[in-house]
Ligand binder design. Structure first.
Ligand SMILES: [Zn+2]
Length: 191
C-alpha cells in the first residue's frame, strides 16, 4: 500500500499522541504511516515543524523507537499499570535534547497568549525532543487520566479526551463512531 494515499490523523489533542497514531489499522491491517524519511518530514510539517536539516540514517529508526516508547507509556497509563523501564529510558534520552527555548505567541482573535516551543529552526533531534517533552508533560499531569483508546476494538488509535463530559468514545465520529452507529442501526433492522 502506498502510504501517501492515507492521510495522517490528528485526533489526539496532543502532539505526542498524534505521533503515536502514525500507526493505524487500515482494512484490518496495521499500517505504519512513517515508511520513509519523506513521511516523517511530511508528518512534522503538518504539525508545524519544518525540518530543514538533512535526515541521517539513524533519524527514522530513532523516531520509531521514541514512538514505540511513548505508545508503551500511554498504553500502560490507560491500563493503569507500570510501563517497562526501557520506554522511560528512551523518552528520557530525548528529553536531554529538549531546548527550553520557547516563544510567546498571541492568538490573533482572542489576544490570549501561549508559550510554545520554537519550531522555526527544526531538526529531527528537536522534533523528537519536543515530542518526548509533550508526552512527558502529559504523562506527569493529571490530564493523563483522560487518555483513552478508541472504542472500536479493531482500531489502534488513542486520544486525549478533552470533552467536557469525558464521554468521547471514538477516535473519530467519521470513521469508527460512524461504523458503530451503522452497526447498531443494522442490528436493530435485522432483529
Ligand atoms: Zn478508531
Amino acid at each position: 500500500m502506498q502510504t501517501h494515499d492515507i492521510h495522517f490523523v490528528f485526533v489526539g489533542n496532543n502532539a505526542a499522541v498524534d505521533f503515536i497514531n502514525t500507526e493505524i489499522v487500515s482494512r484490518g491491517e496495521l499500517v505504519d504511516l512513517l515508511q520513509n524519511d519523506a513521511d516523517l518530514i511530511r508528518w512534522a510539517r503538518e504539525t508545524g515543524f519544518d525540518i530543514k536539516s538533512r535526515l541521517t540514517a539513524g533519524d527514522l529508526p530513532a523516531a520509531k523507537q521514541l514512538r514505540a516508547a511513548l505508545k508503551e507509556l500511554c498504553q500502560a497509563r490507560i491500563d493503569q499499570r507500570p510501563a517497562g523501564r526501557s520506554s522511560l529510558v528512551v523518552v528520557n534520552q530525548h528529553l536531554q535534547n529538549h531546548a527550553t527555548h520557547e516563544v510567546l505567541e498571541a492568538d490573533p482573535d482572542t489576544g490570549d497568549y501561549e508559550l510554545v516551543p520554537d519550531k522555526a529552526a527544526s531538526s529531527v533531534t528537536a522534533l523528537l525532543a519536543n515530542l518526548a517533552h509533550e508526552g512527558a508533560v502529559l504523562l506527569a499531569s493529571p490530564q493523563a487520566t483522560q487518555l483513552k483508546r478508541c472504542g472500536n476494538p479493531e482500531c489502534v488509535l488513542i486520544f486525549l479526551d478533552t470533552s467536557r463530559n469525558q464521554k468521547r468514545r471514538w477516535c473519530s465520529m467519521d470513521t469508527c463512531g460512524n461504523r458503530a452507529k451503522v452497526a447498531k442501526h443494522y442490528r436493530k433492522q435485522t432483529r
